[in-house]
Design a protein around this ligand. Structure first.
Ligand SMILES: [Zn+2]
Length: 361
């Protein structure tokens, strides 16, 4: 294991000059589970848009998401990504330019992916989606030991395994996942969102609520409590892909883009956050290619499922837009990057991949 880890360190070269050394007082992370880099950088996939044998509504996909070029299609699918983030932030992972962003862990499914993002450690012992309390320390937990972050970190997710991934019991982080109601003193909106999540269809059968519930519960918490470290873990994209619903999968990605816009606009309007908050957006894993239905699946038997992407915007990010630099980076570098953005060094007891490189302005 250690050998594999150090081999990875050698592979990582400092080529992503996308980060400035300006600190961020607040860091918000949003993930869209299993959303492919192919859609981020190319919009609706042509094979899947014109698959007349598909069980999903390919007509809907054509009407809502199709355009002749990839540049138009991606803008249609993710308008916030391809306006605000592309002009003021950075987007990593367009493999058409040799800009590679991958899982470093060898499994390419959710728990190992989220573990890698937040602990910086592509731990081979983390190899199932079972609700096992994570033995690895995550970056929110680590930063919460500093007085300025103490009690100011919150984790919201659609999937009910986040409490284990973030080891709620040990870390003491506020975690609201699955169908759990938000506790504490609540305003009228929060009471309504708690109720609504139980009135929405339980499409994914028990363990995972729809993202519309997660987003609204989390966003209202953000406005009322202004946490300094915050995570929105969205899941619809992965669930609809597994179900073979490309129409709903694209809808979910587009909805998330709209929510991310709302989060960013709120950040830039609130004195607690404005110009001192960096927003990081990524995914836990990739998926297969369109051909042969592999786009529905992921995991180590799907050759392309470790291919992923990352985007960011905020004071710690240089506005370099879509990166066309050749090179390789890993999701496991995000944890140490968050620490550097916060003006700290991530030094837990387990090994950690190095931060994405910073360069002096
Ligand atoms: Zn999945």
């Amino acid at each position: 294991m250690r050998q594999r880890f150090f081999l990875l360190l050698l592979l990582i070269c400092s080529f992503f000059f996308s980060f400035s050394q300006t600190k961020s007082e607040n860091i918000v992370v949003v993930t869209m589970d299993g959303l492919r880099w192919q859609e981020i950088f190319g919009g609706a996939d042509s094979l899947l848009t014109y698959d007349t044998t598909a069980k999903y509504s390919y007509k809907y996909v054509q009407n809502h998401f199709w355009a002749p070029t990839a540049f138009e299609r991606r803008k249609k699918l993710m308008p916030f990504f391809w306006s605000e983030i592309a002009s003021k932030g950075v987007l990593l992972g367009n493999r058409n330019y040799g800009n590679y962003f991958n899982n470093a862990n060898p499994y390419w499914f959710s728990y190992p992916g989220y573990n890698e993002i937040f602990t910086g450690y592509p731990d081979t012992a983390v190899n199932s989606n079972d609700k096992i309390p994570n033995k690895n320390e995550n970056i929110f937990e680590y930063l919460s030991k500093f007085p300025e972050f103490k009690g100011k970190a919150a984790v919201f997710g659609s999937w009910d395994v986040f409490a284990s991934i973030f080891n709620e019991g040990r870390s003491g982080l506020l975690v609201n996942d699955g169908f759990r109601d938000l506790q504490g003193s609540l305003n009228e909106k929060q009471k309504l969102f708690n109720e609504l999540q139980h009135q929405m269809p339980d499409l994914f059968h028990g363990g995972e609520r729809l993202d519309a519930a997660t987003f609204n519960i989390a966003f209202e918490y953000m406005k009322t409590h202004t946490p300094r470290l915050m995570f929105f873990g969205l899941g619809d994209t992965d669930e609809f892909a597994h179900a073979g619903q490309y129409d709903y999968y694209l809808d979910a990605a587009q909805n998330a883009d709209g929510w991310i816009r709302q989060i960013w606009e709120y950040i830039q309007s609130a004195p607690e956050y404005k110009d001192k908050t960096t927003l990081i957006i990524t995914t836990d894993h990739g998926r297969g290619l369109a051909a042969g239905s592999n786009w529905r699946h992921h995991g180590s038997r799907i050759a392309e499922a470790s291919e992923m992407w990352m985007a960011a915007i905020g004071p710690s990010i240089k506005a370099t837009g879509e990166s066309k630099q050749k090179g390789q980076a890993y999701q496991g570098q995000i944890a140490a990057t968050i620490a550097v953005m916060a003006g700290k060094e991530f030094k837990p007891t387990h090994p950690v991949l190095p931060p994405l490189s910073f360069s002096a302005k």
